[in-house]
Design a protein around this ligand. Structure first.
Ligand SMILES: [Zn+2]
Ligand SMILES: [Zn+2]
Length: 318
């Protein structure tokens, strides 16, 4: 009863003793492969077990490590119930994707198609490594330190004997298409999370990361966004600011033009002209403000006397 619960070691599986030579291992494998092959009436699991035993014992280095493990009764790493550093699941990496949207397109609903290539383990060709139960590591030694599994080289999976022709050496690429509709009131701060479509798991204790789609707004020169408010800092000559002028704002305002009138004497560097509810769309029909904060160009040339006359007019009225 207790014997049947115990996992058979690779020597038991191949029906050989521990001193078997490479030739004996090979012969034992050939004999059993005929019986255990799924096409010959065996099960997939039994055949995989046999192949794994054969591959491990035929590799002199791997066999050495394996022999050490099974000879140490305190080091029960080849039992599937062995202890791991942590039995809790580990999330694979999230994958981020940025949709670049120029500011001028940020005032209407938009639609994007995203194609993502996902690499997945081919289940026909790869199996969890029996030695580490698919974890890639196990605890060994008196201090129970984490050791990289020498059988799967820490990968957690091993290749089966037969590799299918539908994958690339045990891994397959899956193309996923995402149809992303973004309403104009979502563009600012847009984030959409597709659960489980990020990096795909390989080891037994891993689960898929998420695929995260975000919007990156491409802003014109002299523009930035602060808490939804579009802050535009055009360079304006001091004469214009003294006399009053019109400046172009790089977005279509919700008025007829994209020009904004600057009143005369608007020349304190701390001055901010606020255009209410004309900026980015927020939730529930709300629109953010646009703040215009001219950067003053103090350069004065004498060629243009018209401005000087206008300036005299402006100053006379005080
Ligand atoms: Zn392993
Ligand atoms: Zn495959």
């Amino acid at each position: 009863m207790s014997d049947s619960n115990k996992k058979r070691n690779y020597y038991d599986i191949l029906c050989i003793n521990k001193t078997a030579t490479q030739t004996e291992i090979k012969n034992a494998y050939k004999k059993l492969a005929i019986i255990l092959h799924p096409d010959k009436g065996g099960t997939k699991e039994a055949f995989q077990e046999l192949t794994e035993a054969y591959n491990t014992l035929m590799d002199i280095q791997q066999r050495q490590v394996y022999d050490e493990h099974i000879s140490n009764p305190f080091n029960n790493v080849f039992n599937k119930t062995h202890r791991h550093a942590s039995s809790s699941k580990v999330k694979c990496k999230d994958v981020s994707y940025c949709i670049n949207i120029p500011l001028k397109n940020a005032f209407e609903d938009c639609h994007y198609m995203i194609r993502r290539r996902m690499t997945k383990v081919c289940e026909n060709c790869m199996s969890f490594c029996n030695a580490c139960a698919g974890y890639g590591i196990f605890m060994c030694g008196r201090r129970m330190t984490n050791t990289k599994c020498p059988f799967c080289f820490g990968k957690g999976v091993v290749k089966n004997t037969y590799i299918c022709n539908k994958c690339d050496n045990g891994f397959k690429i899956e193309i996923k298409e995402f149809s992303v509709d973004i309403k104009k009131d979502e563009i600012y701060n847009y984030v959409k999370i597709y659960d489980g479509l990020g990096e795909q798991p390989i080891k037994a204790n891993e689960y898929a990361g998420d695929f995260i789609v975000k919007v990156n707004m491409i802003l014109p020169h002299n523009c930035e966004i602060e808490n939804g408010v579009l802050v535009y800092k055009p360079v304006v000559n001091i004469k214009k600011l003294l006399c009053g002028c019109e400046i172009d704002v790089p977005v279509d305002l919700n008025i007829e033009t994209n020009k904004v009138k600057i009143e005369p004497l608007f020349c304190d560097p701390k001055n901010v002209l606020i255009i209410k509810n004309s900026g980015l769309f927020g939730k529930n029909g709300h629109r953010y403000n646009i703040n215009i904060q001219p950067t003053i160009d103090y350069h004065i040339d004498d060629k243009n006397t018209i401005d000087i006359n206008k300036l005299k007019d402006v100053l006379n009225c005080f």
